[in-house]
Design a protein around this ligand. Sequence first.
Ligand code: SAM
Ligand code: SF4
Length: 349
Amino acid sequence: MMPETKPASSSVRSLPAAAASRSMVDSFGRRIEYLRISVTDKCNLRCVYCMPVEGLPWLKRDEILDYEEIARVVRVMAKMGLRRLRITGGEPLVRRDLSSLIRMLSAIDGIENIALSTNAVLLEDQAEDLKAAGIDRVNISLDSLRADRADTIARRPGTLDKVLRGLDAAEAVGFHPIKLNVVLMRDSNDDEIADFAAITRERPWHIRFIEIMPTGSNTDLSADSFISCNEALARVRQLGDLKPVEGPLGNGPATYYRFDDAPGTIGVITPMSHNFCDRCNRMRLTADGQLRPCLFGSIQTDLRSALRRGDDIRPLVEETLRIKPERHWLVQGSTEGSGGLIALSQTGG
Ligand code: SAM
Ligand code: SF4
């Protein structure tokens, strides 16, 4: 396991004075250094567990933060201790000229690392520009290695081929590390757990199995097809000895394992079976400028109005930090605790 945040008992008092003045610590002692920025709510896929096939009521153009507004939020938070960013969505690569945002963000003092979460469908064409602009590493979502099945899950034809070309491009430009996110669904892709795990013996990739989370648009699916990461790991262990290891560089809640001599690792993300909120190190900025202290729940602070009035947003960030909840209360098979969220694409996942 690789907790990248200090445990809840850590205290700002233990930091050197200069660092302490640039730290965001919440009411439970968790240091927040990581912001997930959703740049759009739109997507070019319709993954069965994420979005309804007809899409969602999309945000209007003027509701979405422009790049300068996003950069202003990051400048303020970087002065408060923000260190790492993840660009997500919806599908971030559908937003026009994403590289120009990345250039603005990577120039901000204090920002050490910028990651991208993408379905990789458009990555082949954009990888080089994004790398040059300042993206360091990528998480790519891919739920099946079989073309017909990948299309069925993503509800778009030709998905696998495009994603694999995106993965090749990611390697070619030198994103590091490369993580592959696989949402597990019983009787859909769980017979591929071994195939995904086997990739780590050949490639230096980090395969992460994710437990499906309930949202307003997937309650039945998430109840019927839930499969725990413990079960996935038990199946992987049939292929060989797995040792717990420190995972790759990242900001996340995954726990990692490795086969002997394998270049890659296998990670599990268990929001349902093992809550990992005690080591949460993040906040989220939605495409329409809401600062969310937790993926789930209804707490959010409207930064957009303040930004557009020209107000100082620092007090709003401080207040959001203060009310960051101790944990989420997701319950398997129900939307209880999800705060009415229809899809993770609305908050950036
Ligand atoms: N479009 C990009 C992608 O798919 O990687 C970024 C946004 S997506 C919302 C971020 C992550 O959330 C993806 O890895 C996706 O598989 C995951 N995700 C979406 N809905 C989920 C759900 N209901 N349960 C578990 N993971 C989910
Ligand atoms: Fe789009 Fe990502 Fe949601 Fe799939 S998981 S529909 S790629 S936002």
